[in-house]
Design a protein around this ligand. Structure first.
Ligand code: NAP
Length: 481
């Protein structure tokens, strides 16, 4: 459940304690939802706010303390103007070119869908008002969050061609309690406009995977457990679909997803060892996979939680109670001492160990999930975070894999396990975690681990001895793989 995320942007330097507003008077064109929320926040931060409206006398209630004028008059004395109007209505700004000359225009607009217009809204605005400096920004905030939520910790992304204009917007954002991220020139505006249109982009692949795995294993187990029983014994056990089958699918998907969460890290390590350097970019598919490890892990945790809940209801299920009572009745009727009711010490060890591994594995699972929350992760040092996510993460995978192996116990060798010559689901799901754990074991074996950590500290194969200095080694210590 790794949380590292790549960003191509540059964090702007901290602005220090906010001083008095540099740009005292701020103008907002548009008295709609966003205009009003922004106006309210600006007033709270000590700015004077003047709204520019088509109908200043009938534009509805505005934040207390704000003035409202026609556009030209409102823009006159403000250096910074927020354009809180939909892009479709920007054409009126062309007639205000003279009044807006030399001003900073903040384009906060968004679109309904990607590539709705041939050019970004902010670039269009710049074309309409060439004498102004357009800055794209604030479009990733909603009017609701401006009005209700605390803004501390929230971020505005800005881009624009004038560094001075951007600086003015960044200072204003800082005074509102927002942090800022410079995304470069105005040509990046489209990227910023696309951000609010994203729908869980990093969840897409993990979700597709989860749905695909769930459906595949569900049908596989349906054939093995329900259709097979009907075909060979004529017994209808379709009721098993609802709980038994689901409770087999959930842990299978959970374990596979957890393995998929740790597999890319192992593959990356192998690739670095093979290449003898960490400075070559990973293939795109591996990069994308690494970036969604947190989502893979959280989905795996979700499936594990479902497995736990489904397991807890097993004793109250009618079919289970019926089977148990029938066995007791049969035992009493037959009074047969060699029934399975005789205490089997080995079986007791196996089941206790099975549950113990499950409980420990699930507890660590929860810990991984908790530390992947940004608020919790932020309280950990990088070393603590890596310890939990990597070391304890692999331990979780080990415990859960052992839990599944114990579930198989002596069934692996029984021919009746392989209905229609197919292995049971839990056996299939053990392949991937076993591969991941074996590869990880190889990577942490002393000689491989030493080579890998040197590569990760900057050493490159083929470097001259003199250049092979690195934090982990000195001259003559370079290891050839
Ligand atoms: P809104 O509630 O519809 O308000 C838009 C305002 O634009 C109107 O109140 C009106 O103000 C003005 N307007 C409407 N037609 C006009 C025209 N023909 N000519 C000139 N002005 C006109 O929209 P909104 O939700 O505040 O959104 C405003 C902008 O912010 C949009 O570009 C939107 O994409 C962006 N945005 C909104 C949110 C959000 O959460 N709402 C979040 C991010 C970005 P007057 O009647 O006073 O002229």
């Amino acid at each position: 459940m790794h949380m590292e995320e790549q960003t191509e942007c540059v964090s702007l330097p901290p602005q220090g304690p906010p001083g008095p507003p540099k740009c005292e008077l701020v103008c907002i064109f548009g008295t709609g939802d966003l205009g009003r929320s922004l106006g309210q926040r600006l007033l709270q931060a000590g700015y004077t706010v003047v709204f520019g409206s088509r109908r200043p006398h009938s534009c509805g209630p505005l934040p207390q303390g704000a003035q409202v004028k026609v556009h030209a008059a409102a823009a006159q004395s403000a250096k910074l103007v927020f354009i809180a109007v939909h892009r479709e209505h920007y054409d009126f700004l062309e007639s205000l070119r003279a009044q807006l000359k030399g001003k900073v225009l903040v384009d906060i607009s968004n679109n309904q869908k990607k590539d709705q217009y041939p050019e970004a809204n902010a670039e269009y605005l710049q074309r309409l008002v060439p004498g102004a400096s357009v800055v794209k920004g604030f479009n990733t905030l909603s009017s609701w969050s401006l009005l209700n939520g605390p803004l501390e910790g929230k971020q505005v992304l800005v881009c624009g061609d004038s560094a001075e204009a951007k600086q003015g917007v960044v200072e204003l954002a800082t005074r509102l309690g927002l942090s800022s991220l410079d995304r470069g020139c105005l040509s990046s505006a489209r990227e910023l406009e696309d951000i609010p249109l994203q729908l869980f982009p990093q969840w897409r692949l993990p979700l597709r995977l989860a749905v695909g795995l769930t459906a595949s294993f569900f049908f596989y187990l349906l054939i093995r457990d329900v259709i097979y029983t009907y075909a060979t014994q004529g017994k209808d056990v379709s009721f098993r679909i609802v709980v038994s089958l689901a409770n087999k699918v959930f842990p299978i998907v959970s374990l596979i997803m957890l393995s998929l969460c740790y597999l890319p890290g192992v593959l990356a390590g192998i690739l670095q060892l093979y290449r003898g350097t960490k400075y070559r970019k990973f293939p795109d598919w591996l990069d994308r996979w690494m970036l969604c490890r947190k989502q893979l892990g959280l989905l795996a945790l979700g499936f594990a939680c479902l497995h736990v809940i489904y397991t807890l209801i097993i004793p109250i299920r009618y079919s289970v109670r019926h089977t148990l009572i029938s066995r007791v009745v049969n035992e009493m009727k037959n009074n047969n001492k060699s029934t399975p009711f005789d205490f089997d010490n080995t079986e007791a060890w196996a089941t206790d160990s099975f549950y113990m591994l499950g409980v420990l594995g699930f507890s660590l699972y929860i810990l991984l999930g908790l530390t992947s929350l940004p608020s919790v992760g932020a309280t950990l040092s990088w070393r603590e975070f890596t310890f939990v996510q990597s070391k304890l993460g692999h331990l979780t995978l080990l415990l859960c894999t052992a839990h599944a192996y114990l579930y198989g116990w002596d069934k692996f060798l029984r021919s009746s396990t392989y209905k229609w010559w197919t292995p049971p689901g839990y056996m299939l799901c053990l392949v991937l975690p076993t591969v991941v754990l074996v590869l990880k074991l190889l990577l942490i074996s002393p000689c491989v681990e030493r080579s890998l950590s040197r590569i990760r500290q900057g050493w490159e194969r083929g470097q001259s001895e003199g250049a092979a200095w690195g934090p982990a080694g000195g001259p003559g210590k370079s290891i050839h793989l």
